[in-house]
Design a binder for this molecule. Structure first.
Ligand code: AP5
Ligand code: MG
Ligand code: ZN
Length: 220
């Protein structure tokens, strides 16, 4: 009998707003945000073996190998706070990762509830990435035009310092979008065929998209 836990995957290109929405949904729904990008960045900061392995791939805007990524997610989902579910942000990103996730969830006696796909055109993705600022301490996300902090360079939530991600150079941004199209976009059809996909227009403001995502989750 599948559990009543809630597991969802947020799909969308780089800058679509996966992290922004995952953070908000996590707070509202009381289940953790599991962002593989964030987990790699934490490992990088602590200079763990995993972080050092991921470093080059991330700097180039390439995907970290599947086995490494899947192993990291397996460990994260085995922690107690993920028993009630999780909002997966940035994972899976390849068909092989999606298949591994399915196996993982079966092992845990869970299943995916829904996969919202946040659709945003390339020019908007680039504009969002170019203005993004992230809190070094708590990971909160800001945008210099669309959701600026009250005080420049300082996090509203925790007072931490805001920084720009090293993989947000114009060349890497463009490359991440190409990698997304080649390796991750096939997941849209994959999940559509499984009847799990929910299309979300990612162009409106953050609050509107949040409301739409909540409607999808509450309608399950
Ligand atoms: P990751 O950290 O996942 O980066 P990404 O996919 O490139 O996505 P982003 O985090 O850049 O965008 P987002 O969709 O979260 O947008 P955000 O909410 O910040 O991955 C980084 C790297 O790690 C990868 O390149 C790879 O090397 C590695 N990696 C990670 N996962 C992996 C995996 N599964 N397999 C292999 N390798 C992996 O929003 C962007 C900006 O827009 C913000 O400033 C925000 O304030 C603003 N904004 C958001 N929504 C709106 C809105 N509706 N209107 C206006 N502004 C908005
Ligand atoms: Mg993100
Ligand atoms: Zn903060």
């Amino acid at each position: 009998m599948p559990s009543d836990a809630l597991f969802l995957v947020l799909l969308g290109g780089p800058g679509a707003g996966k992290g922004t929405q995952a953070e908000r949904l996590s707070e509202i729904l009381g289940i953790p945000q599991v962002s593989t990008g964030e987990l790699f960045r934490e490992n990088l900061k602590k200079e763990t073996e995993l972080g050092l392995l991921a470093k080059g791939y991330m700097e180039r805007g390439e995907l970290v190998p599947d086995e490494v990524t899947v192993g990291m997610v397996r460990e994260r989902l085995s922690r107690a706070d993920a028993r009630k579910g999780a909002i997966l942000d940035g994972f899976p990103r390849t068909i092989a990762q999606a298949e591994a996730l399915e196996e993982l969830l079966v092992e845990m006696d869970h299943q995916l509830a829904v996969v919202p796909n946040i659709q945003v055109p390339d020019d908007v993705l680039l504009a969002r990435l170019a203005g993004r600022w992230t809190c070094r301490k708590c990971g909160a996300m800001y945008h210099q035009l669309f959701s600026p902090p009250q005080e420049e360079g300082v996090c509203d939530r925790c007072g931490g310092e805001l920084y720009q991600r090293p993989d947000d150079t114009p060349d890497t941004q463009k490359h991440r979008i190409e990698v997304y199209k080649e390796q991750t976009a096939p997941l849209i059809d994959y999940y559509r065929e499984k009847g799990l996909l929910a299309e979300v227009d990612g162009r409106p403001g953050i609050d509107k998209i949040q409301a739409e995502l909540l409607e999808i989750v509450r309608g399950l």
